[in-house]
Design a protein around this ligand. Sequence first.
Ligand SMILES: [Zn+2]
Length: 78
Amino acid sequence: MFVCQNQPCGARWAPDEVEIHNEGQGPLFRCPLCGARNHLQARHGRDGTVTYKQVPREQAVKTPATEVKRAAQPRRRG
Ligand SMILES: [Zn+2]
């Protein structure tokens, strides 16, 4: 069972309900509901089957996804 890591969404999906593909940074699926990308880890079983395990968001984020806007600094009146 996968859980969408997009906080307000959090939808749950069975592995066969989502489309797993690789955009160059490892396997991931897009949440059918909100479209958020959720990273996965491929596990190769002894019998040749591949199972996917969800990667917690903290580990998956390698590049800053969102820019934190700085609050405007108060200007002093000179
Ligand atoms: Zn979602």
